[in-house]
Design a protein around this ligand. Structure first.
Ligand code: FAD
Length: 437
């Protein structure tokens, strides 16, 4: 198995690493790559910043270890290699009446990446986080493979779930899928006129899946206007056709200038009639709406972009409103701003979720954007909230450490699992997560 030198980056493309990458196809090849020393694993590089980068050395690309190994239709338990993509599991099993219990907003994320970030979906308020549906996983550590489960090895499990790959290479997992009606979604979309109405609707929603798109350029009385989508799985219905597109080039700077984004956001808001509507959509179109535009990250130009995502407790919702106001007042227009309600579910010491509201906003990579994100990070800390490591590329160590109360137990478990520090990545070093100072 050969190591290849390459430049690679996270989805935001704002930080580029250079290093050696190997892409094993068999477990035996993975074993031989790890025979001298442990190496961090990467999935589809859908984390935005530097969580999956190791500019100090090598990484192992797990995406060819993507075989689904067994499925029990009586229990819905799927055993799969860690490089399998969530969207492929959904596409294979939804027609048979099963879905991954939790799916992030991209179907390209791998099972290993979903475990290492303990990802959440549009049903977090009901279903909790991804690792709450992981029955066990196989972790390759320096001494060989170990089986890890919430009941038999709770500390190692909690350090691995959302643990940024620092306890070992996840090679396979047993996931509990959930029953679904079929492979289409029945989605009710309604316009929301402002911030208070949005929170009220999110709180009151009884739907299995909910997600809010915000017009982050709207101000004054319209601040917080957007579209609420509520979805249920369905069957026997014809979904509308989805066209797949590709962004062939890095877009020029003016493509996301404020007047253009304002026009886009206004049209996007008005595409849903005032009275709302219910539509039938293919399952992937609802769960992974951006995946149908290949390389959409190129829309932000060649300098890339940053995504800010935080969660704040329910009582701190006014702070989130202030953040949205700061975004709307800035000259930095964002076409992509998402608001979701979260429940308390989380599995790992460093899992992102907390009961409250999560806001995610994308910004082109400019000096003004970096300054604004820093301000938003400070507001998050002051509100008792957290930043999401899957999205972060800009935070500083001092800014994040108080956000995760179980950072201490995570560090101890990681120290035991990888005492030589071979698995550290650029994000772990930037935020000093393993050294703690
Ligand atoms: C359009 C879009 C929408 C998104 N929506 C959501 C969302 O709704 N909810 C959400 O929670 N996240 C969301 N994300 C983030 C995404 O789900 C996570 O970043 C996820 O980790 C990406 O998986 P990946 O396979 O690309 O992992 P990578 O980004 O390649 O790696 C992520 C982390 O996992 C580690 N890792 C990967 N594979 C392994 C392995 N086999 N063993 C050990 N460690 C490993 C890496 O070292 C790194 O620390 C979204 C991302 C995009 C691009």
């Amino acid at each position: 198995m050969r190591w290849k030198n390459a430049d690679y980056s996270g989805w935001g493309r704002a930080i580029v690493a250079h290093g050696e990458i190997a892409r094993p196809e068999r477990m035996s090849a993975l074993d031989s790559l790890l025979s001298d020393a442990m190496v961090p694993a990467i999935g589809m590089l859908r984390s935005y910043g530097d969580a999956a980068l190791n500019s100090a050395g090598r990484v192992i690309d797990m995406t060819r270890l993507d075989r689904m190994l067994s499925f029990d239709p009586a229990t819905g338990i799927l055993e799969t290699e860690a490089g399998t993509r969530i969207g492929d599991i959904a596409a294979a099993f939804a027609p048979r009446g099963w879905l991954p219990a939790v799916m992030p907003g991209t179907g390209f994320a791998t099972v290993g990446g979903c475990i290492a970030q303990d990802v959440h979906g549009k049903n977090h308020h009901h279903a909790g986080s991804f690792c709450q549906h992981v029955l066990s996983l196989t972790l390759r550590q320096a001494g060989g493979a170990v089986e890890v489960s919430p009941d038999k090895t709770p500390e190692l499990f909690r350090a691995t779930a959302g643990g940024l790959g620092q306890t070992g290479v996840i090679v396979a997992a047993r996931l509990r899928l959930v029953p679904c009606k079929g492979d289409v979604m029945v989605v009710t979309e309604r316009r929301i006129e402002g911030w208070d109405e949005f929170l009220g609707r999110l709180d009151a929603s009884q739907a299995t899946y909910t997600v809010g798109w915000l017009d982050a350029t709207a101000r004054g009385a319209a601040l917080g206007r957007g579209i609420l989508e509520e979805g249920e799985t369905g069957s026997g219905l014809m979904p509308r056709k989805v066209t797949h597109r590709k962004i062939p080039l890095d877009a020029p700077d003016f493509a996301l200038s404020k007047p253009i984004v304002r026009l886009f956001n206004n049209a996007y808001y008005r595409r849903v009639p005032e009275s709302g509507r219910t539509v039938v959509r293919p399952i992937g179109d609802f769960f992974f709406p951006l995946d149908k535009i290949h390389d959409w990250n190129r829309l932000y130009g060649k300098r890339g972009f940053h995504q800010f995502q935080c969660v704040v407790p329910i009582g701190a919702a006014p702070a989130l409103r202030d953040m949205l106001e700061a975004v709307a007042r800035s000259a930095l227009a964002s076409p992509l701003a998402v608001l979701k309600r979260m429940g308390p579910g989380r599995s790992g010491y460093l899992s992102f979720p907390m009961e409250g509201y999560t806001l995610a906003v994308d910004f082109r990579n400019t000096a003004e954007a970096r300054e604004l994100v820093q301000r938003l990070e400070e507001m998050t800390a002051a509100a008792g909230g957290r930043l999401y490591f899957a999205k972060d590329s800009l935070a500083r160590s001092s800014g994040v450490q108080g956000m995760y109360d179980e950072h201490g137990p995570w560090r101890e478990a990681v120290e035991k699992a990888d005492p030589a520090g071979h698995l550290a990545t650029d994000l772990v070093r930037r935020l000093k997560l393993r050294s703690g100072s």
